[in-house]
Design a protein around this ligand. Sequence first.
Ligand SMILES: Cc1ncc(COP(=O)(O)O)c(C=O)c1O
Length: 384
Amino acid sequence: MRIADRVATLPPYVFATIEQRIAAARASGVDVISLGVGSPDLPPPPHIIDALCAAASRPDTHGYAGYFGTPALRGAIATYYARRFGVSLDPEREILPLLGSKEGLANMALAFVDPGDVVLAPDPGYPTYRMGAIMAGGAYHPLPLRAERGYLPVLDAVPGDVTKRATLLWLNYPNNPTGACASREFLAEAVAYCREHDIVLGYDNAYCDVTYEGYVAPSILEVPGASEVAVEFNSLSKTYNMAGWRVGMAVGNAQALRALATIKTNVDSGMFRAVQDAAATALLGDQDWLAERNRTYERRRDAVLEWLPAAGLAADKPLGGLYVWARTPAGVDAEAWAISALERTGVWLTPGTAFGPHGAGHLRISICVPEERLREAGKRLSAL
Ligand SMILES: Cc1ncc(COP(=O)(O)O)c(C=O)c1O
């Protein structure tokens, strides 16, 4: 058996490795509190689940459902974008449903990156941006996200020869892992940069509806001229507590979506029709429950912020996303800290380097666990 070189250059998916470590601790009897992954622990409301059950009970929903999503789902996405962002999308040309946004992020690289091309992606950042570049045989150029710049990359700092070879830029706000949000001015700057250098802008808006204290996250497509260069990736995973359902979408530049669809039609065969019907129900139905759900996350966020100092950690208050991005004391290695915390307290926090070298000195704390477990985690870590 000869395994392709690309497998050797691809590190194992970081959260898959972490899952194994946690499973081993649980198997040895430890009451592990994992504040690792950002998988919403609350269910979607009954009207969405009822729609799934009703559609799954019909005899005509079980065959291949087509490559481009049902007209009903594409229509629902268009309605959502119009209502939520004031962005008008053509459901035929400017919307492509995805099997969760992660596959879209990875397949985007296959559509836009040849050997020799460069992908610009945030560091720290969601690992799939850089792994997609590697899988496509391209290069990856990290864009450091620094606290003193509000975790916004300095696009003008990218060397000229790298910019020339760049075909794809990834941005993600509300940001995973830092929790930072981007100003509209920065988004306009990013669109201008991509237009000037003929780079596709992949904007990952997975956390746009998980926000706090009245903050409303924009779509990149609200920026005038964005649809010339941008594809926005969005997801029902975090917005509607539907991470396991695998429903996402790519919207925006029609030419880019055609290229992505060419890859996808050769890789997958579309989404279960019942899931598409229920996704349309989620997008079109009652949205009021999201505010209460976000208040639950906000209370959890505040519970973490409360105990961080006692655990020797510090963080800024995030206005979006499912994480607190905590700094370790100067000179303390975050990876060693996390492993020692797991061994001594059963609490797992993700070391920032899981998101790239610029995540050093940080730990990412997921708030996808009930408040009392978060407080229990704080108690254990404070006693360390
Ligand atoms: C920034 C970001 N983008 C994309 C995803 C993928 O979401 P999904 O594939 O469930 O739509 C995640 C999941 O954690 C994420 O954090």
